[in-house]
Write a protein that binds this ligand. Sequence first.
Ligand SMILES: [Fe+2]
Ligand SMILES: [Fe+2]
Length: 268
Amino acid sequence: MKTVRIMCIGDLIGKTGINLFNKHIATLKKQYAADLIVVNGENSAPNGRGITSAIAEDLFEHGANVITGGNHSFDQKEVYEYLADLEKPIIRPANYPSGCPGKGFFIVRLASGKKLGVVNLQGRVYSRQLLECPFKILETMLTFLKSQTNLIIVDFHAEATSEKAGFAYSFDGKVSAIFGTHTHVQTSDERILPGGTAFITDIGMAGSLNSMIGMKKEPIIHNLRTQLPVKFEVDSQAPFVLSGILIELDQESGQTVSIERVFRVYQE
Ligand SMILES: [Fe+2]
Ligand SMILES: [Fe+2]
């Protein structure tokens, strides 16, 4: 059986996340015998909001094959033109209105010649409720994507565990894998669903371990206790966490062979 092994890494938080990715991804790729790296870059700008074209290029140079996004994809205006470049393997949620720059999926050509579709969608529960329905949008996208390949993975960027589960069960057997991002906290519910689709509620992040979603905790705690506005700042304190998943897909059937969590803590 010819398989492809894909490592998906959660949201990179500011410079801390980029440094972790750049420093460790080559070793992890080797250790897990991964063929491809998919990484969520929506928080990789210095302030944790959005991504720039220079950061994306840097991540590609260090081994990223596809960069996905989320609710922060449009925070840096500089990146709009770059997002819209069809040659660049950087995507943002497909269910934003049609006037938004960028694309919601990218097709990667594997070494075997087969194609892999990587899709990005955003949830609406406790999030942007005016986005188009991610269920309907994926159904529409699949009519095209299925004509190209049976290897399809989805970064479902969402807040609520219920929406993520409902989304995964709805597309069980229709795509190879659905992994959640956005909460920055890895869940331990990774499994292959009855129809054959791999699923995990959230793959986590790359950032400071003893932070809050990668940000310094003190201002956030102050806000929680007083309700006063505060400025979120990327935490750069060690130790660090870099987390994600490794999925293995059968290149012929598109079925998932395995899903495994990756969770590494680094002291520096
Ligand atoms: Fe995020
Ligand atoms: Fe997000």
